[in-house]
Design a protein. Sequence first.
Length: 445
Amino acid sequence: MLAACFRAEKEDKRVEESESESETNPEATSEDEATKQETKIELAKKTFLDKLQNIDVLFKNNPQLIDATVVPPAKPKGNGMLMGPAVDGETKREGDHVFAKSISSYPLKPKKPGDPAEEDGVKLGDPICDTYSFEVFDSKNVVFAVADGCNWGPKPLEAARISSTVFQEHMKSKLPRIDSVRKAGKCLVKAFMQAHTRILQAPLKRGINDIWETGTTTLLGGVILKLDENDDHNAPYIFVSASVGDCKAFHVSGKTGKVTDITRGNRPPSSVTNVNDPGGRLGPYVGKEGSADLRNLGLFTSLCHEGDIVMIFSDGVYDNLDPQQLNVPCRDLGIDADEWEQASTDEAEKAKDEYRCKFIADRLLEKSDESDDEEDEKKAKFVPLEQFSTVLLEHAYEVTEYSRKWMEEHPTARMPDARSKKRDPKFLGKMDHTTCVLVKVGVSE
């Protein structure tokens, strides 16, 4: 996310604007300054409130499901929110049906005289600024999310953790009231608004009267809901999610093993072949009031059956499933162009989507002898979620091995630009904080 979210000049400018405001009124009391910041926070809600006025346009796929009726759980009992990572490689799980893990694929921090960083295994970019979270309910509802803090350091980490925590709290409190897909969409957007508000309030709680003294983060969060069996949708469950930024969600059919990118198209067109722009983020970014960047805020749905799998990835996972990042020629995937940048946005996105989905399916489906049991043949057999998570994250780590070693051996040099024709073709993938959450639908303990 470092390349996708780093906007130093822009954010420095925001800070300078904030400082200049204080300089023009040197006699302003701390209380006056706090009130001014609270006013900005209230103004920053407007971008979300405007979106809520016409919630239907935020649904980016399956418009026929917006009016679907949801069966709200009367008194859902949750098993408690689980969130991580606290350290590189930390996992959280709920039985064998929910699994989450984060790693860093960045190189070790350069060792300096008297600095034990390398011996301690400290990496560039530590601590990991991704955050995963989930809670499973006895009603078979699951609320889960991935937040990807923009840039490195304590501020983006703070933003990611705040957004995850607030999202979980808000959706848990509203779960018994969600009786339609449209209502679910509204609750999700309001959860994002609450998360953004709490991020802006974070500096004030630390005694710093400046909303810009915090970080920004992308967020993809969703909920698995039960559909009214009287609705003719041929599925008992639905996954409804909201996304701002460039995390992605995928659905895997438990019957056929088919993999679908639920969030296809959530990246801005310019980012399909150039990952420098996440498309949006929570936290102070737009205007003096610190509004969120909601350019690609969207709602996404996917019908689900018991045994299906829903996965949320940060870009550190799926960018390393990108054929362009893996130096796969676009012509090999049926595109009539010499370079990926020459392909149209639609055909590039389609080719990349198909490549990623095939990669996931090939590694998620269990390889076994054909069964004589007709019932078994009708269902796809998956490797355990933990095993698949390991495969995904190890792939991201192995793909970036050459780049990581090069940076460790050349600590003061600048790595060649990914778009340079002189770049060594062994520079594959993208080093990043890398996170996945995998949920098997229709299971609770």
